[in-house]
Design a protein around this ligand. Structure first.
Ligand SMILES: O=P(O)(O)OC[C@H]1O[C@H](O[C@H]2O[C@H](CO)[C@@H](O)[C@H](O)[C@H]2O)[C@H](O)[C@@H](O)[C@@H]1O
Length: 252
């Protein structure tokens, strides 16, 4: 594990993406966070930007997200790049290959318990994912402690991995994270030709920052400073889009 960088990080240099393999988190990195999981907006401008970057990098671009891969692929339509979803457990390659872990048996009961919790608590939202189940409490932050306790109990009872996130708690199949996702991507001949660069905002992105650092690349933290394995930092989603647009040679 490389040293963490608690110091103030600089923005990434403009040439960081030259010859890169580019891995991008989605929520909080490419799109602003919304009150609800289905509230995010993928604009045609963002679709065109991702397409331009993918072409510039000879296909060496992938979205690496906690969201289901199918949801992200649908958001980007027929121009979707390679997508790794469910925290490294689903691969939708841009050439059509599909790889997915098995849905864990314990998820049925965990989903039912989370559904009961969200039905009983105003502002709680259930997210039913192929390999996980999540309770979101962004609309009612007072639910945090109860939602956490529920997630911890369900993970223990059903042998599921407890995944923290921003204003959410998830139980999911284990065995992977964004670090393992990037290592798998970098074992593919196309991606192996580039130097890995990963942009992300959440604590779930830290394994990705570690992975790219160990593979000779660099991470870019999006948001406020914190102890991190990223080497650079951009403050906002709009800052990310502007930096990517400059790298791609297009206007955001
Ligand atoms: O890995 P990411 O691409 O960052 O995905 C992480 C989670 O993103 C989504 O939840 C988050 O975004 C929502 C919409 O902005 C927001 O309402 C929620 O509070 C955030 O936690 C998504 O719903 C999850 O499945 C992803 O794991």
């Amino acid at each position: 594990m490389p040293d963490r960088h608690p110091v103030l990080l600089m923005p990434p240099p403009a040439d960081l993406l030259d010859s890169a393999s580019l891995f991008l988190d989605f929520d909080g990195t490419l799109v602003e966070l919304a009150d609800r999981p289905d509230g995010v907006v993928v604009t045609p401008v963002l679709v065109d930007l991702i397409r331009a970057l993918e072409e510039k990098l000879d296909g060496r671009l992938a979205l690496v997200s906690g969201r289901p891969a199918g949801d992200l692929t649908a958001l980007f339509g027929d121009r979707a790049p390679s997508v790794v979803g469910s925290h490294g457990m689903e691969f939708h390659w841009s050439d059509g290959r599909r790889e997915q872990a098995e849905r864990p048996a314990g998820l049925i009961a965990a989903l039912a318990a989370m559904r009961a919790f969200t039905q009983a608590n105003d502002g709680a939202i259930l997210e039913d994912k192929p390999l996980g189940a999540a309770v979101h409490y962004r609309l009612n932050p007072a639910l945090e402690a109860d939602a956490m306790a529920l997630g911890e109990r369900l993970a223990a009872e059903h042998g599921l991995y407890l995944q923290h996130g921003k204003m959410m708690v998830e139980v999911r199949t284990g065995g992977g994270d964004k670090g393992s996702a990037i290592r798998t991507l970098m074992a593919d001949p196309r991606f192996a030709a580039g130097r890995p660069v990963f942009l992300g905002d959440d604590v779930t992105d830290e394994p990705g920052f570690s992975a790219v650092a160990l593979l000779g690349g660099a991470g870019v933290l999006v948001g406020d400073p914190r102890p991190t394995d990223a080497r650079y930092r951009l403050e906002t989603v709009s800052g990310v889009l502007a930096w990517l647009a400059t790298a791609a040679g297009v206007h955001a």
